[in-house]
Design a protein around this ligand. Structure first.
Ligand code: 13P
Ligand code: SF4
Length: 335
C-alpha cells in the first residue's frame, strides 16, 4: 500500500504517532502550512506552551467559540478537546475542522452519556435545560441554552427565577451558581477530573508559607476550594485578574497551561500551581495534553483527522448554542 494512504488511514483513526524527520523545524513548518492552506489555529489556554506560542488565537471556551464562528479561513485546526472542535463545526459548518488527536476527550463531557441524560430530562419535563459547553453535541441537542464559565451568570440571570432548571453536566459549577444566585437548579452529577483533584489541605499549607499569595480558582473546582479562593472565574477572567490585580503572588487552582500566559502578561509576579491531592501531575489535563506540536504538524500536512457531524445533529445542537451567543452578545461579553 502507498505509504501516504497508510498514514492517512492511521491519522483518520486518530493515531498520530507517525515518525517525523527530527531535523525539521516544527514551528517554521507549522507556520508555513498554516499560510499555504489558509488555516486558523485555535488553542485553549490549557494547551502546552509551544502550541500556545504557535496559535493564531488562544482563549477560553467562549472566546474560542466566537473565533470559530467568525473564522474566514478554509480550515480551523483546533488545539483543544473533542467538544471544542464539535462546537466549531456546529457554529461554522462550511469550514473543515481538524482536531490533531480525536482521542482528546473530556472527563466532564464523558460524565453525561446521552441515554442516561435523556431519561433524566424526561423525568423533569417542566425543567429548562442549561448545559455547560463541556458536553457532547448530543447533550447540546437535548439542551435549551448552552453556557460557559465566562457567561454562566448572564445565562442564568436570563431565566425567570420561578422557571425550574436542570444544569448539566458540571455539579461543581452548578452548585457554585446555585449558591451565588440563590437558585435551586437540579444538578447532573458530573465533574472535571482536573478541577476535582486540588487538595484543600495543601492549598491552606501553601497559603501559610506564602501569606501574601492570592488564591485564584476556576468554578469547576469543588466548593471547599472555592471557599478559600480570593477570585473565582473562567480561565480568561483569572488571567485578566492576575494581570490587573496588585498582588505579586498567586496560587492558581486550575489547569497548569494557563500559567504560561499569566507569566507572559506579568513577568514579575509569581504563580504557584495549586497542588493536587497526591504527587501526580493531575492538574495537567491528560486530554488537552494529548495534542503536541508533532501531531499539529501532521494534522496540517494531511488535513486529518477531520471532525464531521450529521447535519440533523448539528442543527439541533446549534439552537442552544445560538441562544448562548445571543445572550452573550447582548450582555457585551463578546469582543
Ligand atoms: P473555560 O475555558 O471556560 O475557562 O473552561 C475551562 C475548561 O475546563 C475547558 O475544558
Ligand atoms: Fe474536560 Fe476538565 Fe480537561 Fe477541561 S480540564 S477538557 S473540563 S477534563
Amino acid at each position: 500500500m502507498d505509504i501516504n494512504i497508510a498514514k492517512q488511514g492511521l491519522i483518520k483513526k486518530g493515531f498520530l504517532d507517525l515518525e517525523i524527520d527530527p531535523q525539521i523545524n516544527l514551528f517554521a513548518e507549522i507556520q508555513k502550512l498554516k499560510k499555504e492552506k489558509n488555516v486558523l489555529l485555535l488553542a485553549h489556554y490549557y494547551q502546552e506552551t509551544d502550541i500556545q506560542d504557535v496559535a493564531d488565537y488562544i482563549g477560553d471556551s467562549l472566546g474560542l467559540a466566537q473565533k470559530a464562528e467568525q473564522a474566514k479561513s478554509d480550515i480551523i485546526l483546533f488545539a483543544g478537546v473533542h467538544f471544542m472542535a464539535e462546537t466549531a463545526k456546529i457554529l461554522n459548518p462550511t469550514k473543515k475542522v481538524i482536531l490533531p488527536d480525536l482521542k482528546a476527550g473530556c472527563s466532564l463531557a464523558d460524565s453525561a452519556p446521552t441515554p442516561l441524560f435523556k431519561a433524566f430530562k424526561e423525568k423533569h419535563p417542566d425543567h429548562l435545560v442549561i448545559s455547560y459547553i463541556n458536553c457532547t453535541a448530543e447533550i447540546k441537542a437535548l439542551s435549551d441554552i448552552i453556557c460557559t464559565s465566562s457567561n454562566a451568570e448572564k445565562i442564568i440571570e436570563s431565566v425567570p427565577k420561578d422557571q425550574p432548571i436542570i444544569f448539566a453536566p458540571d455539579k461543581n459549577l452548578g452548585a457554585y451558581l446555585n449558591k451565588k444566585y440563590g437558585r435551586n437548579m437540579l444538578l447532573w452529577n458530573g465533574a472535571c477530573m482536573v478541577h476535582e483533584i486540588f487538595s484543600l489541605e495543601k492549598i491552606v499549607k501553601l497559603k501559610i508559607r506564602h501569606p501574601k499569595a492570592k488564591v485564584l480558582a476556576h468554578p469547576e473546582c469543588e466548593e471547599a476550594v472555592l471557599n478559600v479562593a480570593d477570585f473565582i472565574g473562567s480561565t480568561t477572567e483569572i488571567l485578566k485578574y492576575s494581570s490587573t490585580d496588585t498582588a505579586d503572588q498567586y496560587i492558581v487552582a486550575t489547569e497548569t497551561g494557563i500559567l504560561h500566559q499569566m507569566q507572559i502578561n506579568s513577568p514579575n509576579k509569581t504563580f504557584i500551581p495549586a497542588p493536587p491531592t497526591n504527587n501526580c501531575a493531575c492538574n495537567d489535563c491528560p486530554h488537552m495534553k494529548l495534542n503536541t506540536l508533532e501531531k499539529i504538524y501532521l494534522a496540517l500536512k494531511y488535513e486529518l483527522p477531520e471532525l464531521t457531524m450529521e447535519e440533523s445533529l448539528r442543527l439541533a445542537a446549534k439552537k442552544p448554542m445560538d441562544r448562548m451567543m445571543e445572550i452573550s452578545r447582548a450582555a457585551g461579553l463578546l469582543g
